[in-house]
Design a protein around this ligand. Structure first.
Ligand SMILES: Nc1ncnc2c1ncn2[C@@H]1O[C@H](COP(=O)(O)OP(=O)(O)OP(=O)(O)O)[C@@H](O)[C@H]1O
Length: 326
């Protein structure tokens, strides 16, 4: 049984259905990326799981127990980091974490040990005596993450934790989340920055206008987006004395091949879109690309680079949302 089970969740705000029949599961030791544009219903779903709101219909089970019916039992198992987290300005990092450790009921040596271990894990030890107001956004966000770990929850719910972080801080966050999953924690993380989640998550749930459009392993979602969507190749030539005429020749050869869709000439390269029938597999796409390259080489076209643009989570998102979301 998965640690977290969300079943047919619905949340209405007046006539607005913010969350509409959302169902997914999250196992211990895995990271689920919750992806969707602004207003999709991510925060509302997360707040319900975190016991801060109640659903209009549906159920959330944590360790088999309903968080809606018995929120007090669920809370010790949950670490929730909202999208706007506050840190108090006139306290040090250590004081801030110690304050929340007290709020979680930790006492004496056990409290000190726990605060120290969380500071160690989140790399905050050198900043122990710094005022939280003097920290960078990335560091403040570590303090906020540290706060959610103090009571050693089984489930982490992190609402857009990577928002506004620089690339280095994002990589560090990714490593922290992976370490937490390796410790056996289940992590639910939301973002509208799709590419960053691809590297962090094991599975993804794509939500739009309150509805889940797709759930599954990141690799499967990518495969799904490639199916029937075609693939894009970039071809560069060693033109030599032949000059641009080499590209004209290449274009003629390309256009004679099957499955070729749009072809565009750009300075120093040719872009070719291969169109495959719905249901085509990745292997079939690779074979079509290989045939095209063989045809060019056989025709004596001096190909020096031939690259296949890998579709990413953004493409998967655009495919499942059918481009309804910009
Ligand atoms: N308390 C509330 N009262 C009325 N409407 C609300 C309330 N909370 C959220 N909504 C609405 O519900 C919808 C979903 O909002 P939600 O914050 O869950 O989206 P989100 O996917 O988290 O977006 P964002 O990335 O902008 O936080 C939005 O249309 C929002 O305006």
């Amino acid at each position: 049984m998965s640690l977290l089970q969300v079943k047919g969740l619905r949340r209405d705000f007046g006539s607005l259905r913010a969350v509409d029949d959302v169902t997914f599961e999250l196992a211990a030791g895995t990271i689920l990326g919750f992806i969707g544009p602004n207003g999709a219903g991510k925060s509302t779903t997360m707040r319900i799981i975190a016991t801060l709101d109640t659903p209009s219909a549906g159920e959330v089970l944590l360790d088999g127990q309903s968080v809606v019916d018995t929120p007090d039992k669920a809370r010790p198992l949950i670490g929730y980091m909202p999208d706007r987290y506050g840190t108090y300005d006139d306290v040090t990092v250590w004081e801030f974490l110690d304050f929340f450790a007290r709020a979680y009921g930790l006492k004496g040596a056990a409290r000190k040990k726990r605060v120290d271990s969380v500071m160690e894990f989140t790399g905050l030890v050198p900043l122990k005596d710094k005022l939280t107001s003097a920290l960078s956004k990335g560091m403040r966000q570590r303090v906020a993450l540290g706060r959610t770990l103090l009571h050693d929850p089984k489930l982490l719910i992190l609402d857009e934790p990577a928002d506004g972080l620089d690339p280095r801080a994002r990589i560090e966050l990714r490593e922290l989340l992976r370490a937490l999953a390796d410790q056996g924690k289940a992590v639910l993380i939301s973002s509208h920055i799709l590419t960053e989640l691809a590297e962090i998550c094991d599975t993804c749930a794509i939500i739009e206008q309150g509805k889940l459009l797709a759930t599954g392993k990141v690799a499967d979602l990518l495969a799904q987006s490639q199916t029937g969507a075609g693939t894009e190749l970039t071809i560069r030539l060693a033109v030599g004395a032949e000059g641009e005429a080499a590209y004209e020749r290449a274009e003629r050869v390309v256009l004679e091949q099957p499955r070729v869709g749009q072809v565009s000439r750009e300075p120093g390269q040719l872009r070719v879109r291969l169109e495959l029938e719905a249901g085509a597999t990745r292997t079939q796409m690779d074979e079509a690309a290989a045939r095209l390259l063989a045809a060019l080489v056989t025709a004596g076209v001096p190909v020096c680079a031939f690259s296949h643009r890998e579709l990413n989570l953004e493409d998967a998102f655009m495919t499942v949302t059918k481009g309804r979301v910009a």
